[in-house]
Write a protein that binds this ligand. Sequence first.
Ligand SMILES: O=C(O)C1=C[C@@H](OP(=O)(O)O)[C@@H](O)[C@H](O)C1
Ligand SMILES: C=C(OP(=O)(O)O)C(=O)O
Length: 432
Amino acid sequence: MRKLESAPHGLHGQLEVPGDKSISHRALMLGAVATGTTTIEHWLPGADCLHTLQALRDVGVIIERQGTQVTVQGQGGAQHFTAPTAPLEMGNSGTTTRLLMGLLSGAPFTSTLVGDASLQQRPMQRVTTPLAELGVTIDLTEAGTLPAHVHGGPVHGGTVRLAVASAQVKSAVLLAGLTAPEPTVVVEKLPTRDHTEIMLRQFGAEVTTAADHRTITLQPHPQLTGQTVVVPGDLSSAAFFLVAATIVPNSEIRLTNVNLNPTRTGILRVLTEMGADVTVQPMTSAGEPRGDLIVRSQQLRPIHLTASEIPAVIDELPLVALLAATANGTSTIRGAAELRVKETDRIAVLKTELEKLGVTVSEYPDGLAITGRPEWQPQTTQLDSHGDHRIGMMLAIAALRSQTPLTLQNESAVAVSYPQFFTDLEHLREGS
Ligand SMILES: O=C(O)C1=C[C@@H](OP(=O)(O)O)[C@@H](O)[C@H](O)C1
Ligand SMILES: C=C(OP(=O)(O)O)C(=O)O
């Protein structure tokens, strides 16, 4: 259990957040199937990415890591991976699991994927159904969950229409398509984060995205060549401090070198629409856009989010709920049923934890309505991450403006995506 700090003098100073989680996973995977060496800088050493790293080592990929610098010796394709001697451990990571199902489709052996109690509850048919359309067989439990047995072998191309808006599923299909002799076409329901497409292009693949942003085509037999990947800061991690500096009075902070890929910047649009004071200073860079963010505290107005806006802010919805809890009036988040199948049922958990703070919350099957108030009246002092990293960090940010001392149970979950979160938060708290 951790005692949470308040920030009566606000947050101040400058910070570079750790590398982007989505990009860190992908750099390892593309490095593993490319020809030659890939060097990754500012890689995220979070538990999820460490599971990707270990799983790739377990199929014979040589990877060296010193802190945030990683070197991957490419195998020249999943066909050259070697069979693991034990089940591959996915830990808590949905991205590791779903992307590896795609990558391992082209390997010449069967691999078994296992995960922790949370991951074992999460739906996997969303990946196995589209991969089956490319000729891949993956066995799951009757409930459609882990453990998964991925029967690697020949993969064929084709056009796959996805039933859920998920970058993980899109990426799994594209990674499977790397060994197909025909083009692979993915049609998404809504545009989702496009880090896989950007990085495939960087490694030498021919990937085109149609004007609708939903139809992606991978040409067969790409010659992937090892690259240097400089991972930008994770906007999903920066978002905790963007929100903190907005809702804690007398704050002003600068976050440097943050990823500003437009498929991820929903939280910036939400903040702007709610009346926050955020300045974006873009940098010129090839590939993934990046820049600095400056934010000062501000009183907010409510917001109403609907389905088409959800993918670009999916992992920040716990923070949107917190912003709403401070705004003047009732906000709604709808079309976000995906929240129910993340590390926890984030809709149910947000209601439980925000109600503990004295905030009025109602639940929909696909979202929440939250009525903000300038001062909360906590009903208890004990908050709980429920083992979900993003819930734990959001609650630590909420505590910054609490008048009542609060504690957090299951705080170690933050290591999944942001091991140094509490140190970085302290840096900004002491910056005043
Ligand atoms: O592709 C990725 O790296 C991710 C995609 C998102 O999941 P879905 O694509 O399943 O929504 C997101 O929630 C997750 O944290 C990372
Ligand atoms: C949903 C998340 O990750 P994953 O699906 O990789 O477990 C997340 O980081 O919020």
